[in-house]
Design a protein around this ligand. Structure first.
Ligand SMILES: [Zn+2]
Length: 146
């Protein structure tokens, strides 16, 4: 492969690491020794059984960490919203997750965005809760209990 910036031949560095919550991952880095361009991708090597669970978000758990794996589907049955995560595995908070869904709805110009924004405000104020349904074929998505 050639460097997209300068056309120099790229060096590939691959390492396998054990990462909490994800298990064994392959970290593959493409590096250009001439101009310094670098691209890192992470591949999950362990497969786990799919997970499916419901979670009720409220004021007290909004700040909990949420592991969101690529391709996870989040449903908000109350609003009929289905959100599929794309791109990468990441760790966010439950509030961050809802913000991501709001951002996605904005991009799609979905009218439900206002409703969801209002609900998030009410959850923050402690006036209500919000149910989500999580389905992850990779079995990695979960709420961390700390
Ligand atoms: Zn280069």
């Amino acid at each position: 492969m050639k460097c997209p910036v300068c056309g120099n031949k790229l060096e590939t560095i691959e390492t396998v690491k054990e990462i909490p919550y994800f298990g064994k991952v392959l970290i593959s880095t493409l590096k250009c020794n001439k101009c310094g361009w670098k691209d890192t991708k992470i591949y999950i090597l362990e497969s786990k059984p799919p997970v499916e669970f419901k979670y009720t978000i409220n004021k007290d758990n909004l700040g909990k960490l949420f592991v969101l794996s690529e391709g996870t589907t989040i449903n908000i049955p109350e609003l009929g919203i289905t959100y599929k995560s794309v791109g990468e595995n990441k760790i966010t908070t439950l509030e961050g997750l809802i913000m991501d869904i709001i951002d996605r709805l904005k991009i799609l110009k979905d009218e439900k965005v206002k409703e969801l924004e209002k609900i998030l405000e009410q959850v923050k104020e402690g006036n209500r809760s919000l149910d989500i349904e999580v389905r992850d074929e990779l079995g990695l998505s979960k709420v961390l209990d700390w």
